[in-house]
Design a binder for this molecule. Sequence first.
Ligand code: CA2
Length: 149
Amino acid sequence: MSHILVLNGPNLNMLGIREPGVYGTDTLASIESRLSGKAEQLGVQVSFFQTNHEGEMIDRIHSAYGNVDGILINPGAWTHYSYALRDALSTVGLPIVEVHMSNIHKREAFRHVSVISAIAVGQIAGFGANSYLLGFDALASHLKQTDPV
Ligand code: CA2
C-alpha cells in the first residue's frame, strides 16, 4: 500500500478561521478529514503534518526518507523563496505534488514564482480546498503508474 505524506506550511493552520474570502471556509482539520476519506477509497495510507517553522518542516521531510512513497505539499509562502525547502524535497528524491488553494498565477507578482515546481511532478492551484483532493488523486495515480504492485 502506498503511503502519502500531506504537508502544510506557514499560516495554513489558520484556514477557515481568517480571510475566508481568499482561502474559503474549510478548516485544515476538515480538509485532512476529506483526504483521509479519499485515501481510504483509494487504498492509500496517509499522514499529515503542518508547521509554521521552516526547520521543523525540513526535519519532517528528512524523516520521510525511506518511510513514505510520495509527498503532497502546500508550502504556503515558502513556495516563493525557500531554497532550503526545495533542497530538502529534492534530497529525499520522492515524487512531490505541489498544491495551492488560490491561483497563485493571477495574484501578486511575487506569488507567480514557485521555487518548488521544478522538482515536483506537477502543481495544482486555484481550486480552493479541492486542490488538495485533486492533488492527492494525481499523486496516488502517479504512484500507481510508477509502482503497479
Ligand atoms: O493558495 C495557497 O494555497 C497558498 O499556498 C497560500 C499561502 C500563500 O502565501 C501562497 O502564496 C498561496 C498563504 C497561506 C495563508 O493561509 C491563511 C489562511 C487563513 C488566513 C490567513 C492565511
